[in-house]
Design a protein around this ligand. Structure first.
Ligand SMILES: Nc1ncnc2c1ncn2[C@@H]1O[C@H](COP(=O)(O)OP(=O)(O)OP(=O)(O)O)[C@@H](O)[C@H]1O
Length: 271
């Protein structure tokens, strides 16, 4: 299995403190990975370190090949036309596939002569994506690219992205606060909280290793690793790192949303 992105003891300290600490993980080639974490968890810092925009304080991060990065504030000149923007992309990148970038723009139904400022949020994202992909990256880092889009535009951008992933086999690291955007799309998870990696790995493996356990409130807590527990007057709901359930507990495999929410809650309570 080839590693596309590797972080070893990666840390970044700003004057106010650590933004990222002791991060060690591998992202295998060809994965669509979700980078999940609350505000200030260190997601943007991790991506900026990975593309070399900032230097680590500790450890290192390595990428295998060409990396593209799309930040939430899409790097587009609003006074340019789409065609001018593509030319700018070509002039800034030694490795540039103009035919491919232009095709992606056409597939988005964006006129080449339109000024960037006249485009909708969804169209701007598609143009920014075309310019990022025009470099033919083996890895693309997307920092909340869907944040300002309506649900229809989110779906369209995601489908366009996934189509390209299938065609090219590239690896994706995608951060989003909207867990529903990631369910059914991502096959790998990196969960950050408080600047640390709390959970990472193959999504199917992680889901198989956990159970949601529902039982009467007075039942004895099972002797397994409990990530999160919530109780109502009668019932307890646990998320545990286990494949089995004690008598009395009704188990089910969590969804990706249940799993991530439980880890985010537990990190918040521990903070
Ligand atoms: N340039 C900087 N100078 C000082 N502190 C910074 C800088 N960039 C980020 N930080 C701090 O580092 C921490 C992590 O920030 P980061 O932007 O990486 O988090 P995030 O997970 O991307 O958050 P969000 O979901 O809100 O975008 C925060 O406490 C933030 O205030």
């Amino acid at each position: 299995m080839t590693t596309e992105l590797e972080a070893v003891d990666l840390g970044k300290r700003y004057r106010r403190g650590w933004a990222l600490r002791e991060c060690t993980f591998d992202l295998p080639e060809g994965r669509i990975a979700a980078l999940v974490g609350p505000n200030g968890a260190g997601k943007s810092t991790l991506m900026r370190l990975a593309v070399g925009l900032i230097e680590p304080t500790t450890g290192h991060v390595r990428t295998r090949d060409t990396v593209a990065f799309l930040s939430q504030d899409k790097p587009l000149y609003t006074g340019f036309t789409v065609a001018e923007m593509l030319r700018a992309g070509a002039s800034m990148n030694a490795k540039w596939d103009n035919e491919y970038a232009t095709r992606l723009v056409r597939e988005a139904d964006v006129p080449l002569e339109a000024k960037i400022r006249t485009l909708s949020g969804g169209q701007r994202t598609r143009v920014a994506l075309a310019i990022a992909l025009g470099r033919r990256p083996s890895l693309i880092l997307l920092d909340e690219p869907l944040a300002d889009l309506d649900p229809l535009a989110r779906t369209e951008v995601m489908q366009a992205l996934l189509g390209e992933v299938v065609d090219t086999g590239m690896t994706v690291l995608l951060s989003s606060h909207v867990l529903a955007d990631l369910e059914g799309v991502c096959d790998h998870l990196i969960l950050l909280a408080g600047g640390r990696v709390r959970l990472d790995g193959d999504v199917d493996d992680l889901l198989a290793e956990h159970r949601v356990l529902i039982g009467a409130r007075e039942l004895a807590t099972p002797n397994v690793s409990i990530v999160d527990s919530r109780t109502t007057e009668r019932q307890a709901t646990l998320l545990a790192r286990t494949r089995t359930a004690d008598a009395g507990w009704e188990p089910h495999q969590p969804t990706l949303e249940e799993l991530t929410l439980a880890y985010l809650r537990s990190a918040k309570e521990a903070a």
